[in-house]
Design a protein around this ligand. Structure first.
Ligand SMILES: [Zn+2]
Ligand SMILES: [Zn+2]
Length: 423
């Protein structure tokens, strides 16, 4: 950002605000409670709002899959360059880590994920995905725009920030475990807390939802190959039928949650894949099954994983088959646990900005998030940013080809990021 432009932003804000936004602990409690509202007013100003909207649309038109976010990353770096924000790159292939403030502790991180999904967009609009088979259907384009929006506001007040705000733009949230790679690359070194948000069509725009403690499940994928001996379907006695064996394996797997798990300890085991055979009169040599398993504690997920392996192997052997089970470690995410102290901080900041009536408590979800890796390493907090607005039609939930982002939510996300980090 040019110095004259920066000055004009500063002046605009100082005119707008009777007191400046600051992280100075010497501010009175009253002044502190005004920070979130001032950031929100700032983020709603047309020059900030439309700037975020344009960034989001540009990213939406060119969706990139996990660890391939080269253009998205380039766009982020170009914006940071323009604002004069220093950053580290590359971190975990395409990741970018920016720094605003003194360069000294305390370090507080804000996170946005950058990747899109391998699916075709069905929404007909001016900024529809230009890449066949790829779409931002989870709102990560909006997440990037909001974090850049927060960066723009925070950079204006960088001289008043008493510590350092770390901007984490991470690759590959959708099954690639980009957060883990960022952590391994040292992205959170010296960082004391991290915040992340996700747009949600389940809550109205202008509201937020979260909960303390476990909020998203731990989960992973498994695949099992059950080997028998193929042959004529009318002469089964000369074969070892893997179809029947696999069917029994699946039924036995269903007992793990219904008969072995504590009914008050939520778990899921779904076999979503069954591949075997190709003709009505041939028993195949093997069957491949696979699926996902989820739980809300480390102990439960480890136990479930171990029992999946045992049940597949032993149940297959009952029918004279051999089996192998593989777990995709790359896609294994831990439980996302929200730190209790950060929950209090979040509730206070969000109430100052939106009013207590607009803070909802969400139920835990069996979905997974790789933000969990960050929240496992340091105190972390993950919340939902409402974007539903019935006057603007139906907003589908994430991963739908009809998914749309309500861009009216962008100022709220940017202002929450900035407020959570400074106050
Ligand atoms: Zn997603
Ligand atoms: Zn997502």
């Amino acid at each position: 950002m040019g110095s004259s432009k920066l000055l004009s932003l500063l002046v605009t804000l100082y005119l707008l605000a009777p007191t400046s936004i600051s992280s100075d602990v010497s501010l009175s409690p009253e002044e502190l409670t005004q920070i979130p509202v001032k950031f929100l007013d700032f983020a709603k100003k047309p020059e900030i709002f439309y700037w975020m909207v344009n960034i989001r649309r540009k990213i939406h038109e060119n969706p990139e899959l996990g660890f391939q976010e080269f253009e998205t990353s380039k766009l982020i770096r170009a914006e940071l360059d323009q604002m004069g924000i220093p950053y580290k790159f590359p971190v975990a292939v395409t990741g970018v880590v920016g720094y605003i403030g003194t360069g000294q502790p305390p370090f507080v991180a804000l996170r946005a994920d950058m990747d899109a999904l391998a699916m075709e967009e069905s929404v007909e609009w001016e900024h529809k995905s230009k890449v066949p088979g790829k779409m931002h259907a989870c709102g990560h384009d909006a997440h990037v725009a909001m974090l850049l929006g927060a960066a723009k506001m925070l950079q204006v007040f960088r001289h008043e920030i008493k510590g350092t705000i770390v901007l984490v733009f991470q690759p590959a949230e959708e099954g690639g475990g980009g957060a883990k790679k960022m952590l391994d690359a040292g992205a959170l070194e010296n960082v004391e807390a991290i915040f992340g948000l996700h747009v949600s069509s389940l809550f109205p725009v202008g509201t937020v939802a979260s909960r303390p403690g476990p909020t998203l499940a731990a989960g992973g994928f498994f695949e099992a190959v059950i080997n028998g001996k193929g042959g004529h379907a009318a002469i089964p006695q000369h074969t070892i039928d893997p179809i029947v064996a696999a069917s029994n394996v699946i039924v036995s797997l269903q007992h793990l949650v219904s008969r072995e798990a504590d009914p008050l300890d939520s778990q899921v085991l779904t076999v979503a894949k069954f591949e075997g055979g190709g003709a009505f009169n041939i028993i195949p040599d093997s069957v491949t099954i696979g699926g996902t398993f989820r739980a809300f504690s480390k102990e439960s997920i480890i136990q479930l994983k171990q029992r999946i392996e045992e049940v597949v192997m032993k149940q297959a052997s009952v029918q004279r088959c051999n089996a192998t089970v593989t777990f995709d470690d790359k896609s294994f995410y831990p439980v996302t646990v929200n730190n209790k102290n950060l929950h209090e901080h979040f509730q206070k900041v969000a109430a100052d900005m939106l009013g207590v009536q607009n803070i909802k408590e969400n139920r835990p979800l069996m979905g997974t998030e790789d933000f969990s890796f960050f929240a496992e390493a340091i105190p972390g907090y993950f919340y939902y940013l409402g974007m539903n607005d019935e006057t603007k039609g139906k907003f589908e939930t994430g991963h739908s080809p009809y998914f749309r982002v309500n861009e009216d939510a962008l100022p709220y996300g940017a202002a929450l990021h900035a407020s959570l980090a400074t106050s």
